[in-house]
Design a protein around this ligand. Structure first.
Ligand code: PHE
Length: 458
C-alpha cells in the first residue's frame, strides 16, 4: 500500500500539485484582464468559502477509503451507483493532462532558448513572431512535451514516499525561494509600485457577475479540485498510531488550511513578479494568455541582467509545472492500478506508469498536431483539440466533478463516519449539500449563456 511518510510530505506534494501553471501563468493574466485588486479579494474569499470545504472533502474521502479516484465512491457507498463519477474523473484528468503537458513543454522550450540567449534584444513584436513560429513546429513541440512526460514518469517510477514526496520536499522550497528572490527584485524596479497598486488596490467598478464567476473557476483550477487528485493523496496520508476520528479530522483541516494559504501566497508572489515588471516598462497588464510567453520575456530584455532573469523565470515555471504534472499522472497511475485489481492480472506501478505515459504521449501529440493545423481534420466543432480539452475541462468537467463529490459526501455518506465536531459538521454540510452545488449550477448556466449579463462599468 503506497503512503507518504510525513505530514509535511503530504502538504508539500498537495501544494506542489496546486501551485502550477494555474498560479504562475493563468493567475497573473486573468487578474490582469479583470482589473487587479478587487478580483484578488474575490479569489481569496472563494478559495476560503468554497475551496476549503472542497479540499477538505477530497482529502477526507480519500483518507477514509484509502482508495484512489477509482475505488473511493464504491468503497464508501457500498454500491456501484457512483462509478460513473470515478470514470468521469479519469476522463477529465486525461483530457487536462493532454494539454497541460503541451504547455509544460513550452516552458522547457523557453527555458532552453532563454539559456541560449535567443531572446537577446528582441522586443514585443519579435517575441510575438517567435511564439507564432514555434506554433508551426509540431515536432519540436512534441519533443518538449515528451521530455516533460518522461521526467514525470521517472519520478512516478518510484513509490510515492521515495518519488513524489522526496522531490516535493526539494522542489517546493526551491520554488518558494526563487519566487521570493524574483519578487523582491521586481518590486524595487522604478515604477514597480504602480504594479503593486494594481495588484492590491481594489477597484470594485470592474466587478461584474461574469468576473465573479471567473474568480470561482480560477480558484477551483488552482486548488486542483474536482479531479480526484486530493482524493488520491488523501488515500496516501500516513496513519498515526492512536488515531481517533477527531485527530484525523484535525489533521485534514490543518493540511487543507495550510495548502490553501500556500497557494494564495504563491499566486500573489507570481503577481508581484509580473505586474511591477509589466508596469515599470509601460506594457499593458491585460495581454491575456501571452502575458508570460511574450510580454514578460520582452520586459526582461530591458532589465539589468536579461538572460539571468529570463532563465530564472522559466526555470521557475518548469518547476511549478512539473510538480503539477506529477500529481496529474499519479492519479492516472493509481486509477489504472486499482482498476486492474478487478481483473485477473493486476498491474504493478512500473507497468501502469508505462501505460499512462504512452497514453499521454499519444493524446498530447494529437493535441499538438491539431493545434498547429498539421492534421486538419483533428478538430471538434471547428475548434482544435487543445482549445477543446482546455475549455471542456475547466468550464464543464472540473465543476461537474466538484459538484458530484460534494453531493456524494453531503447526501450519501452517513454523517457518523466522518464527523467529530458539531460546528464543523454544520458548516461543512451546509456548504457541501447546498452552497457548492447551487453555485456550480449557476456557473454552468452562465457558461451556457443562459444569463445574458450586461457589463456594468462606471
Ligand atoms: N492546480 C494546477 C495549477 O494551478 C492545475 C491542476 C489542476 C493540477 C487540477 C492538477 C489538477 O496549475
Amino acid at each position: 500500500m503506497s503512503s507518504f511518510s510525513s505530514k509535511i510530505g503530504v502538504l508539500l506534494a498537495a501544494a506542489g500539485s496546486a501551485v502550477g501553471l494555474g498560479s504562475i501563468w493563468k493567475f497573473p493574466y486573468v487578474v490582469g484582464e479583470n482589473g487587479g485588486g478587487a478580483f484578488i479579494i474575490l479569489y481569496v474569499v472563494f478559495s476560503l468559502i468554497f475551496g476549503l470545504p472542497l479540499v477538505m472533502n477530497d482529502f477526507m474521502i480519500g483518507r477514509l477509503s484509502g482508495k484512489s479516484a477509482y475505488g473511493v465512491f464504491r468503497t464508501l457507498s457500498g454500491t456501484n451507483h457512483w462509478q460513473w463519477l470515478s470514470w468521469l474523473t479519469m476522463v477529465t484528468v486525461t483530457l487536462l493532462t493532454s494539454f497541460y503537458f503541451v504547455v509544460t513543454g513550452w516552458c522547457f522550450y523557453y527555458l532552453t532558448e532563454a539559456a541560449m540567449n535567443t531572446f537577446a534584444g528582441m522586443d514585443a513584436e519579435g517575441l510575438t513572431n517567435f511564439f507564432t513560429a514555434f506554433g508551426h513546429k509540431p515536432l519540436t513541440m512534441i519533443g518538449y512535451a515528451f521530455v516533460a512526460i518522461v521526467l514525470t514518469a521517472a519520478v512516478l517510477w518510484f513509490d510515492v514516499n521515495k518519488g513524489i514526496e522526496r522531490l516535493s520536499k526539494i522542489l517546493m522550497p526551491l520554488l518558494f525561494l526563487m519566487l521570493i528572490v524574483m519578487a523582491s527584485h521586481m518590486v524595487f524596479l522604478d515604477g514597480g509600485t504602480t504594479g503593486l497598486k494594481f495588484l492590491f488596490e481594489p477597484n470594485f467598478s470592474k466587478l461584474t457577475p461574469k468576473v465573479i464567476l471567473e474568480a470561482v473557476g480560477l480558484s477551483f483550477f488552482t486548488l486542483s479540485i474536482g479531479l480526484g487528485i486530493l482524493i488520491t493523496y488523501g488515500g496516501y496520508m500516513p496513519k498515526e498510531e492512536k488515531e481517533t476520528l477527531h485527530s484525523k479530522e484535525k489533521n485534514i483541516v490543518n493540511t487543507s488550511i495550510q495548502m490553501i494559504a500556500l497557494v494564495i501566497f504563491i499566486s500573489l508572489l507570481a503577481g508581484m513578479i509580473v505586474f511591477p515588471a509589466v508596469f515599470a516598462y509601460g506594457f499593458s497588464p491585460a495581454e491575456g494568455p501571452q502575458l508570460t510567453f511574450v510580454t514578460l520575456p520582452a520586459v526582461f530584455q530591458n532589465m539589468f541582467c536579461p538572460t539571468l532573469t529570463s532563465v530564472s523565470f522559466f526555470a521557475l515555471m518548469c518547476v511549478a509545472a512539473i510538480t503539477s504534472t506529477i500529481s496529474l499522472m499519479e492519479v492516472m497511475v493509481a486509477f489504472v492500478r486499482e482498476a486492474s485489481e478487478d481483473t485477473k492480472r493486476p498491474l504493478n506501478r512500473h507497468k501502469s506508469v508505462i501505460i499512462v505515459g504512452v497514453i499521454q504521449l499519444i493524446t498530447n501529440s494529437l493535441c499538438i498536431l491539431s493545434m498547429t493545423g498539421s492534421v486538419r481534420w483533428l478538430t471538434v466543432m471547428d475548434k482544435n483539440l487543445f482549445d477543446t480539452a482546455n475549455n471542456l475541462t475547466t468550464d464543464i468537467l472540473i465543476p461537474i466533478g466538484a459538484m458530484g463529490t460534494s453531493i456524494f459526501t453531503g447526501w450519501f455518506i452517513p454523517k457518523a463516519r466522518y464527523q467529530s465536531s458539531p460546528m464543523i459538521s454544520f458548516l461543512y454540510l451546509l456548504t457541501l449539500r447546498w452552497i457548492v452545488p447551487v453555485v456550480i449550477f449557476i456557473i454552468f448556466l452562465e457558461s451556457m449563456n443562459v444569463f445574458q449579463f450586461t457589463i456594468i462599468t462606471k
